[in-house]
Design a protein around this ligand. Structure first.
Ligand code: AGP
Length: 372
């Protein structure tokens, strides 16, 4: 009913709007004033966590994209090797697991069969499993050694939005917690990140307040057949997520690429007026990547692409090559996905509406996939 949707036309719109609160709720009570994390719910002893020599993340769909991003954060902050794998592929390749492996299973519903089977396999091999889940008491947390709940509140729309952002928050909390218990160099960077994580909710709110041009752009692309997405570093999984949203909601052909791979094939797809969304890394920190992506934008535009550029405030280098420019607030490099994913959600939702599709219940999809 309209009341359940809080006056929004779709649950998806309501859930997109709830993201600042979902992010804040997921952080609540987990970091104290001096930046120390307490994750009491994670009932895996500090001793076991200190012994971990490999992290493996398993998940499907949007949760898998959150896991792909988490890999960058976990390796950067903890120096523990981390791999992220599609849950449906994981157990079929005889993965190397033992009691020093920490497996993180990410699932909004907690009922995804592929993810459940992956975690069962991991536990059989002696690995410890930590679930990151949004649904209290669901099967995946019940069968895991420990759980860190995302506090996104119920997500009704089939297309995941607020669960994704809170999965990122939870993954980052786990990464920072691992760094803390293992005594990794607790440098200024990590202290800053903890502080800036607390500011992300407000930055998401800021992005949400500037989305009208994105909606207008989406309406103008309703008769296109394909949209491409490019990103690098943590922006690469964001590109994949932007493409997934578009497939699910707009039923359009959409593909995400790592921008560095363009020249290895996908650039052949660029033709006149094909829309290409580019998620631009921060010009600070990873400035080499920034410069490289700016030349990618230049290249595809010279070949006729219509460039839709998502870039930080103050990033002037992209301006001459952007047919459409979407500004996002400055964040630390690893936190950018939490703000850059938001315009892509709004874009896909508006395109779906413009194409007359059912936003909350896309064809052929179910909210949770309980078969393998
Ligand atoms: C996201 O928009 C999708 N509907 C889908 O990819 C989803 O993220 C995936 O099926 C995993 O679901 P889960 O998080 O409930 O395990």
């Amino acid at each position: 009913s309209a009341a359940e949707k809080d006056g929004y036309d779709y649950f998806m719109l309501k859930e997109i709007a709830e993201q600042p609160k979902a992010v804040a709720d997921t952080l609540l009570g987990r970091i104290d004033g001096s930046g120390v994390l307490s994750l009491d719910e994670v009932r895996i002893s500090e001793e076991v966590l200190r012994e971990v020599d490999k992290v493996v993340i398993v998940a499907c769909g949007t949760a898998y994209h959150a896991g792909m991003i988490a890999k960058y954060a976990i390796e950067h902050w903890t120096r523990i090797p981390c791999e992220t794998e599609l849950a449906s592929e994981f157990r079929y390749r005889d993965p190397i697991l033992d009691r020093r492996t920490l497996v993180i299973a990410i699932s909004q519903s907690g009922e995804t069969m592929d993810t459940l089977m992956a975690l069962r396999h991991a536990r059989e091999q002696g690995a410890k499993v930590l679930a990151i889940c949004n649904t209290n008491g669901s099967t995946i947390p019940r069968e895991s050694d420990a759980v860190l709940y995302t506090h996104a509140g119920p997500e009704v729309a089939v297309a995941s939005t607020k669960a994704f952002l809170t999965q990122l928050v939870a993954c980052y909390l786990v990464a920072l917690y691992l760094a803390q218990v293992r005594g990794n160099k607790w440098g200024d960077e990590i202290r800053d990140v903890v502080r800036e994580l607390a500011a992300i909710g407000d930055q998401v709110r800021q992005v949400l307040g500037t989305m009208e041009p994105v909606r207008e752009l989406a309406r103008g692309l309703a008769d296109k057949n394909t949209v491409l997405f490019l990103g690098r570093h943590v922006g690469y999984p964001v590109a994949l997520e932007g493409a997934l949203k578009l497939k699910e909601l707009a039923y359009m052909h959409a593909e995400g690429f790592a921008a560095g791979e363009l020249k290895h094939g996908p650039i052949a797809l660029i033709e006149d007026d094909v829309p290409v969304v580019v998620v631009v890394p921060s010009p600070r920190g990873r400035s080499v990547l920034h410069d490289k992506i700016v030349s990618n934008i230049q290249e595809i535009r010279a070949r006729g692409a219509r460039t839709i550029v998502i870039a930080e405030e103050g990033d002037e280098a992209v301006v001459p090559y952007a047919d459409h420019l979407v500004r996002i607030p400055r964040t630390p490099v690893l936190l950018q996905p939490m703000v850059s994913a938001v315009p892509l959600q709004v874009f896909a939702c508006e395109l779906a509406t413009a194409r007359g599709n059912e936003v909350d219940q896309p064809r052929n999809l179910a909210k949770s996939v309980t078969v393998e």
